[in-house]
Design a protein around this ligand. Structure first.
Ligand code: EPZ
Length: 417
C-alpha cells in the first residue's frame, strides 16, 4: 500500500489544471449501457473509481478503447445483467448501472451497495422511483433483482434530493413510454452534465439543474461524443490549498458557475480569488478568518468540500461552526485532525472548530475520499512531517493530487509500506 508524506510549511505557487469530474464520469459511463455503438467520452479522469466502473461494465460485456483522457465505449455485446458484490462493495456508484440495464435489457441484478464510512447510504428512493416506472423490484440475498416488460413514464417525487437517484431514474426514463417528471430532483452540475449527454444521444430531457426534470420517452438513442465537466470538488480543494498554505495558485479548467458557494465561503475566510480569463487566481493571506458553513444540496455548500474546509478552519483566527446535513457520519477526519493538534468538538451534526496558530505534523490515517484530502491540506500547513496511510481512498477521486501539489512547490511524496 502507499502512504503520502508531506513536509509542511511550503506556500504553493504556480498553475494547475483541473481534471474531469469523477461524479460526472461515473454516470456518463453508465449511460453508455443505454444503446450500442461506439460512444466517445472526453476528459475522463484517471481514477481508481473509473477503473472500478470499467471492471463492472466489462463484466456486463462492454468494451473500451483508451486514448489518453478520451475513452471509447461500446456496449453492443451486452451478455450479462449482473453486477457482483465483490465489485459493487468497492464503489457504491455501481448502482448507476441499474436504470440503464432496466431500460436496455428489461432486467438487472445489482448487489446492494451497502454503507460506507460516511453513512448508511440507502437506495430506497432509487428503487421506489423504478417501481413507479413499472419495474418489479425484489431484494434477494443482498442483491437488487429488477425486471420489467415495459417502462412507462411516471410522476416521481423524491423525499430527499438524491444525486445518483436522480441520475438513475433519468436514465431509466429516457426510453420509457410517455412522460416522466422528477420532482425535488437534485440540481448538481453532474446531473446537468448527464442530461446534456443523454440529450446528445437523442433523449428529450428538460429542466436539468432545477428541482423539476421532465423526460419525454423516445424510441431510439444513438451513441454520442461528449466531454464531461471539470471536477468542482478538485477545484475547491486547490482553492483551499492556496488558502491554507498562504500561497498563490492559478487554477485552470474549472467553471465558477459550479463553485459559487465554495468561493463565497473562502472569500469570507479572507483569501483573494480573481477570475483571469478562463482561470481563477487564488491568493492565500496570513490571517484566516473563521467562517461557519452548513452543507446542503447544490447550490448550497457541497458536503464533498466539508472536510477540506474544516482543515482550513483548524488554523483560522477564532471559532467556526461546521454543520453536516447531508451524511450522518461525515466527521471521520476529525479524530485524525486532532492528532495534528486541531481543537475540534463534535456535538450532534456539527463540529465546533477553535482555530489555532498552527497544526503539527503527525502519522494519520485516511478513512474516506474527502477525509484524505482534508489530511493532505492539513499536512501542507502543519509544522514538521505528516504521514498519511491508506491513500487508496484519495486515489479513488483525485487524479495525481500529490503530483500536482509537488509541481506547485509542496514537499510531498509517496512511499510504499
Ligand atoms: C453523490 O452521492 C456523490 N457521489 C457523493 O460524492 C456526494 O457526496 C453526494 O452525491 C451528495 O452530493 C456520486 O455522484 C457518485 P445522495 P449519492 O443520494 O448520490 C440520502 C464523493 O466524495 N438518500 O445525493 O450517493 C443519503 O443517505 C462522493 O465524491 C436516501 O435516503 O448521494 C444522503 O443522506 C461521496 N435514499 C442524501 O440522501 C436514497 O435512495 C444525499 O445522498 C438515496 C439517498
Amino acid at each position: 500500500m502507499d502512504k503520502i508524506i508531506i513536509q509542511g510549511g511550503a506556500p504553493l505557487n504556480g498553475e494547475v489544471t483541473i481534471s474531469g469530474a469523477k461524479n460526472a464520469a461515473l454516470p456518463a459511463l453508465s449511460a453508455c449501457l443505454l444503446t450500442g455503438g461506439w460512444h466517445t467520452l472526453d476528459n475522463i479522469p484517471q481514477l481508481r473509481d473509473i477503473w472500478t466502473i470499467r471492471e463492472i461494465l466489462s463484466n456486463l460485456g462492454v468494451v473500451f478503447e483508451e486514448h489518453g483522457q478520451t475513452l471509447k465505449v461500446n456496449s453492443d455485446n451486452l451478455n450479462n445483467h449482473s453486477a457482483p458484490y465483490q465489485l459493487v462493495k468497492t464503489m457504491r456508484a455501481s448502482i448507476l448501472a441499474l436504470g440503464p440495464l432496466l431500460s436496455r435489457l428489461g432486467k438487472a441484478r445489482i448487489s446492494l451497495p451497502g454503507g460506507c464510512a460516511i453513512g448508511a447510504r440507502p437506495i430506497d428512493l432509487h428503487l421506489k422511483g423504478l417501481s413507479l416506472l413499472g419495474a418489479d423490484i425484489r431484494l434477494e440475498h443482498g442483491y437488487v433483482v429488477a425486471s420489467t416488460n415495459k417502462l412507462r413514464g411516471a410522476d416521481i417525487f423524491f423525499d430527499i434530493s438524491t444525486v445518483t437517484g436522480t441520475e438513475n431514474l433519468m436514465m431509466a426514463a429516457v426510453k420509457a413510454e410517455g412522460k416522466t417528471v422528477l420532482h425535488n430532483a437534485a440540481e448538481e452540475p453532474e446531473v446537468v452534465d448527464l442530461a446534456n449527454m443523454l440529450n446528445k444521444m437523442g433523449a428529450r430531457i428538460k429542466g436539468a439543474g432545477t428541482d423539476t426534470i421532465t423526460i419525454t420517452g423516445v424510441k431510439e438513442l444513438y451513441p454520442a461524443r461528449y466531454a464531461i465537466i471539470p471536477d468542482r470538488i478538485e477545484a475547491g480543494t486547490f482553492l483551499t490549498a492556496a488558502a491554507i498554505t498562504k500561497g498563490k495558485v492559478r487554477i485552470k479548467g474549472c467553471s465558477v458557475d459550479y463553485i459559487g458557494a465554495i468561493i463565497k465561503k473562502l472569500l469570507d475566510s479572507g483569501m483573494e480569488i480573481e477570475e483571469e480569463g478562463e482561470a481563477l487566481v487564488a491568493i492565500g493571506r496570513d490571517k484566516i478568518k473563521p467562517v461557519d458553513i452548513k452543507t446542503m444540496p447544490f447550490p448550497g455548500f457541497p458536503t464533498d468540500m466539508q472536510a477540506q474546509f474544516m482543515a482550513l478552519m483548524c488554523i483560522a483566527d477564532g471559532l467556526s461552526i461546521i454543520k453536516e446535513t447531508v451524511f450522518e457520519n461525515r466527521f471521520m477526519h476529525v479524530s485524525e485532525l486532532r492528532r495534528m493538534g486541531a481543537d475540534i468538538e463534535i456535538s450532534g451534526g456539527q463540529a465546533l472548530v477553535r482555530g489555532k496558530k498552527n497544526l503539527s505534523g503527525a502519522q494519520v490515517m485516511a478513512t474516506d475520499l474527502r477525509a484524505s484530502a482534508s489530511l493532505v491540506l492539513a499536512g501542507l500547513a502543519a509544522e514538521g512531517q505528516t504521514e498519511i496511510s491508506r491513500v487508496y481512498h484519495l486515489d479513488r477521486g483525485y487524479q495525481g493530487l500529490d503530483l500536482k501539489l509537488s509541481l506547485l512547490g509542496s514537499k510531498i511524496w509517496r512511499e510504499k509500506y
